[in-house]
Design a protein around this ligand. Structure first.
Ligand code: BMA
Length: 890
């Protein structure tokens, strides 16, 4: 097999458009906006309201053209395929003026057999891209179907990332392009069409059952190259696996392939061959009940198991399947896999039904966030950027990512990074907040899309589950966006028949869940808090106070979130000074959730003093978000067992905007990402306090006695039992200890343990607070012995560089009413560390440099006074600033 890339590093591509006199040099993979930006033909679409001008550009058609020579090498092959890994979206493909196909799905791979069409001299490949906005408009006018009004009408008609048409965090910039690789593939006789690996874990061994599918020549569209059954019968393949330690495992001998199986369904122009031998472990043979495949089993003794981050290592085994004809190597499939079992454990219990990822037999607690496309301009999503984002997820102790269904199926780099980092992935199929017109053509189109993506992704160690769609079961059940009775039936057909059927064939080993949220499907109370996964939006969309989280004990929250503004330096990238007011036209163009700036102010009123500056609002909004998420996650982790997952809406942004993101578009960590690093820590000490927030927040309510108490809880999300020393102290606003207590506690692996409730009725409501911290008993600082905390308590700041495993503080009143003393904060760089000092209690201490591009070991933390050292992980300590929640309103 030989691949000749037709990407723009090797071939010049030109972009033409109606109304443009000459063509523009364009990158492939790439997009129309990219070419226009690179050639100075459009302005930055993210700046101010430039989005509107950029959107208008998509009312036109464009054409990508390249002239290329067919290399000598590829010409010598019997078959040549033209392969597109992604075309966005409504396109016609011409090769040497011959129309190869009209396509309409950015999520699919398209291949054409083109040997007979290629010429010796220059060849011309043209991809005409039709306007996506006109397409959806016409389709909608012809027959309307409904969906989220944050996106443009008619968006569900197009198999294109929905959010490119706008979302409640995304601009309306439906770019077009050839967004993934283009190549010619030369091969002889046959090639590998897919390798499916099933793992059987028994008694310290893993049997890899490997199913090899081979391309069936002769049924490609446009041109066929005939079939030669005799030659096919000569095919054989071998399998090698190299362990993480370099050890080689091989399947015994070479395996012959048999004859072609019965033709498969129309949407699947490929078929496979059947091995003649019977299946014997260690050898290859016909897999039971399958005609179109052959299997081989290979045993890996003493397997090194793959674990999600936080539970163990991520060893990867390299699998290579080689297809041969006689001595000639025809094709090689080479991918890393992880040895693990990974499913979802569902079982009836006293509350309803469990819902937990089960890895290697261990039911874990999923901690992570929902992932949306990293950039509306898809060419800006590079492997390095994806890797960095995922590394930062891991750095904040994530073990799970949910790929939300309104974007696109992530590329291979995303998956490789998740395998290597130990982030398990909940993968939605690309359907979100819309009903679909399930015509025969649409069904064929989406089925091919499923097969392409399932076959591309299924071998990844990190793939935890496939999910039918985002939120459609609950919306269809409630009748939202449903305008015809048929749409309910079509819903069931798509997500409970078509997808399962594809998965049964192509990835039977991965767990399938029909929708998010769901209780298992068939419109059976999809958002049931006691079964399946739940999306909880009463806090935020429902304006409920953050204390509401404590009223629920979801089994697995796959979405809940809270908005904030990005950092000031990120806001500067899209505003002029006169725009920097959150209610300005430009700021509201960069806030896509209607009335959400008002919502932020509503929560602000409940929590902080009125911020007096624009930057103050941004900072306070981030603290609101961080505190809300902390309030929720800590509660859910305290209820580990009943709850088995907290996936925060949302990890990232696709442009600079006010949103639920934890990391803003420019890669700056919002306060909530630092909070996540603490509240997702493997060992978490948290406090369920009673105070004004949990009672009546109205300061003019009839005088009532506010109950004040604390109840500590340690959640241990590691596989080891932990012996911990836990201490709490009641302090005044200067951070001085008034009284306290400590205890040693043993927390079994994978559990959460409550400590005794402590009455704090003696606390001054507006002047006292409680600090708490925990240490591994073996790792306690030398100057402290267990039980040696008494009335004076133990000052973590006095303990040098060592930090507790987990720590925090709680107030009994909202921070706006707390009488903060001036902590006289200072910050100063010492080598690769910062030293922060506080003369009194300081809440949510933020350290920034001039460019706001510091990445610190910790930030937005509380201090009880004293000093603290924090490592600089990225950025220069130039122009350092430090502030705390006390500064809001000053
Ligand atoms: C969810 C998601 C998204 C949306 C988010 C915030 O329910 O599925 O569609 O962006 O809420 O509103």
């Amino acid at each position: 097999m030989y691949i000749q890339s037709l990407n723009s590093e090797l071939n010049q591509w030109t972009l033409y458009s109606e109304g443009m006199e000459e063509g523009l040099p364009a990158k492939v993979p790439g997009s129309v906006y990219q070419a226009l930006l690179d050639n100075g033909r459009m302005e930055d679409p993210y700046y101010r309201d430039n989005e509107l001008k950029a959107l208008a550009l998509m009312d036109r058609d464009y054409a990508y053209v390249t002239r290329f020579q067919v290399s000598e090498e590829i010409r010598s092959y019997e078959k040549i395929l033209l392969r597109f890994e992604g075309i966005d979206t409504v396109a016609e493909i011409f090769l040497n003026d011959r129309l190869l196909d009209s396509v309409c799905n950015m999520h699919r791979i398209f291949e054409y057999s083109v040997k007979e069409l290629l010429r010796e001299g220059p060849n011309e490949l043209k991809v005409v891209l039709h306007s996506p906005t006109r397409y959806i408009q016409e389709a909608y006018e012809n027959r309307f179907i409904d969906g989220s009004s944050d996106a443009m009408r008619g968006f569900p008609y197009l198999r294109k990332a929905h959010c490119m048409f706008g979302w409640d965090w995304g601009p309306r910039l439906p770019d077009a392009g050839i967004w993934r690789k283009v190549s010619l593939i030369g091969y002889n006789t046959a090639r590998l069409d897919g390798v499916y690996i099933d793992q059987e874990h028994i008694q310290g061994r893993v049997n890899l059952k490997i199913r090899v599918d081979v391309d069936k020549p002769g049924e490609e569209r446009i041109l066929s190259f005939g079939r030669d059954d005799q030659k096919l019968a000569d095919l054989s393949y071998s399998i090698k696996v190299i362990g993480p330690d370099g050890k080689l495992y091989e399947s015994a001998g070479i395996h012959k392939l048999g004859t072609i199986s019965a033709p498969e369904k129309q949407h699947k122009p490929k078929a496979a061959l059947v091995l003649e031998e019977a299946y014997v472990p260690g050898h290859c043979g016909k897999s039971s009940g399958r005609e179109s495949t052959f299997s081989c089993a290979l045993t890996i003794p003493d397997p090194q198991l793959w674990w999600p981050a936080g539970y163990g290592e991520q060893p990867l085994y390299q699998v290579a399947v080689t297809l041969k004809q006689g001595e000639e190597t025809l094709d090689v499939w080479k991918k890393p896999i992880g040895l693990r079992t990974l499913t979802v454990h569902i079982e009836k219990d006293e509350y309803g039904e469990t819902f937990a990822h089960e890895v290697n037999g261990v039911q874990i607690f999923a901690m992570g966030a929902d992932y949306i496309p990293e950039d509306n301009l898809l060419h800006r999503v590079t492997p390095e950027r994806t890797r960095e984002l995922l590394e930062q997820a891991k750095a904040a102790h994530f073990n799970c990512i949910r790929v939300w269904g309104g974007g696109y199926y992530p590329g291979d780099d995303f998956w490789d990074a998740c395998d290597e980092l130990g982030l398990i992935v909940w993968q939605d199929f690309m359907f979100a907040c819309a009903v679909y017109d399930l015509t025969e053509e649409f069904e064929e189109n989406i089925t091919a899309e499923f097969i392409d993506n399932v076959k591309r992704i299924r071998h990844h160690a990190s793939l935890a589950l496939w999910c039918g769609n985002n939120e459609m079961e609950s919306f269809v059940e409630s009748g939202l966006w449903v305008s015809r009775q048929q749409e309910r039936a079509d819903y069931i057909k798509m997500y409970e028949y078509i997808i399962p059927k594809v998965l049964k064939e192509h990835d039977p080993g991965t767990f399938y869940w029909p929708s998010s949220p769901s209780s298992g499907g068939s419109f059976d109370y999809p958002n049931d808090p006691n079964r399946g996964d739940t999306h909880y939006w009463d806090v935020w969309h429902g304006n409920k106070p953050i204390t509401e989280y404590r009223k629920f004990f979801f089994r697995y929250v796959s979405e809940f979130g809270f908005q904030s503004f990005p950092l000031p330096k990120t806001v500067e990238t899209f505003t002029e000074p006169e725009d920097r007011n959150i209610f300005s036209y430009v700021m509201e163009k960069h806030q896509r959730n209607s009335a959400a700036n008002g919502k932020i102010m509503n929560y602000m009123e409940q929590t902080y003093l009125y911020p007096l500056s624009f930057d103050g609002i941004l900072y306070a909004s981030q603290l609101l978000q961080a505190e809300a998420l902390r309030y929720g996650v800590e509660h859910f982790r305290r209820n580990r067992g009943r709850c088995r997952g907290t996936i925060i809406w949302q990890l990232n942004d696709c442009w600079p905007v006010a949103s639920w993101a934890l990391i803003d578009y420019c890669g700056r960590w919002k306060a909530a990402q630092y909070f996540a690093k603490r509240f997702f820590a493997p060992v978490l000490l948290s406090c369920e306090e009673e105070g004004i927030l949990t009672q009546d927040t109205n300061p003019n309510a009839q005088p009532y006695e506010v109950k004040k108490s604390i109840r500590l809880n340690v959640s241990n999300e590691t596989l080891q039992e932990r012996r911990l020393w836990v201490e709490w102290n009641l302090r005044n606003n200067r951070g001085e200890i008034l009284r306290g207590g400590s205890t040693e506690v043993t927390v079994p692996a994978l559990s959460a343990v409550w400590l005794e409730k402590e009455d704090c009725m003696d606390a001054e409501l507006y002047e006292n607070y409680v600090s708490y911290e925990c240490w591994d008993t073996e790792q306690m600082p030398a100057n402290t012995a267990v039980g040696d905390c008494g009335r004076q308590g133990f000052e973590p700041e006095a303990a040098g560089d060592e930090q507790p495993l987990s720590a925090g503080t709680v107030l009994f009143c909202p921070p706006k009413h707390f009488c903060f003393a001036d902590p006289e904060l200072t910050v100063q760089a010492e080598g690769d560390e910062l030293v922060i000092t506080a003369k009194a209690y300081a809440k949510s201490v933020e350290i920034q440099n001039q460019n706001q591009d510091l990445l610190l070991e910790d930030n937005y933390f509380d201090m009880n006074g004293g000093s603290r050292r924090v490592k600089i992980l990225k950025g220069k300590p130039e122009g350092l600033t430090v502030k705390s929640a006390r500064d809001i309103g000053r």
